[in-house]
Write a protein that binds this ligand. Sequence first.
Ligand SMILES: [Zn+2]
Length: 343
Amino acid sequence: MQLRILFHRDMLRHNVRSNVEGPQRLAKLAAREDIMDYLPSVKRDKEELLGLVHTKEYIERIKAACRKGERVADVRTTPNTYAAALIASAISVDAAMDGDFAAVRPPGHHASASTEGGFCLFNNMAIASTFLADQGKKVLVIDIDAHPGDGTQRTVESRARQKGGAADIIYISISGEGAWPLGAVTRPYIARVHNNIVSLNMLVPAGAGDDMLAGSVSLAMHIALQYKPDVIGVSFGADGHQDEGLGLKYTERGFYDLGITLRQLGVKTFAVLEGGYHRLVCECIDFFIAGIEGRRYPYDAPNSISSQALWDKYNCAMKDVRAVVMGTGGMHQASELDIDVVL
Ligand SMILES: [Zn+2]
């Protein structure tokens, strides 16, 4: 598998004064000679692509806010924001079709049909996955950002409900325990419609290293082997990296290993950038791609390792979820949304 990095400099003209989700995140890509401005090839109107997931009213509201330069969630918008968002979603769809890495901003995984969140206005991954699913493809989304992709999850669950449980997109999240948005995910759980897994949330505690990311990914792989997706989409957040300061201790090597693991499935894989605001975000992207492409890891760096106490805590919290995934049990309770929630 070969993943190109799809990127366009117009995405640097958005939120230019932010020292968090600002253009500096992708400045190293912009400086690289091997990365050109990518012009999306998808033959659909860009606004129409937003409409795959978002309501017309919501699109118009965000568009108007950008025109007026209003603040939306944590974004100080300008007209360039809307332009960047249109390119980001179109590039993400291209990445999904061809199996590439969409290095985009603004990110998307907190945005749902009619709500914004954090730095997210339009949900690039949900749009790209919906585009594929509408063509009859089965998509498995794995979100490894330190924060749960609550917007993606809501989109996927509502699609599954509409389809009466025949899930053509599954959402799996591996996020940090207690991460923003507070209350969105307070415990590991599985949501199912008519016994089909639609979403799975795994939570890793503060201090979790590469080994715990890998352990969580292996459970996701178990679902992938049963579900047999046509395509895997990775919501690639690099903010679980130890340099981010959010409490997780992943390293570049952990992202490389994630790539190696996905490669072993032999399923077409694409990725869309979510969070990650530290100085090594572009390196994390590079090493993840190196893993997927099966290249050798260039350094002699060890993985970060979680303590035994953390593993005990994680294993205890994940016990029921793991039992359901492995088909050995678990407690079920119907939620108010006709979704079976495994507690
Ligand atoms: Zn994040």
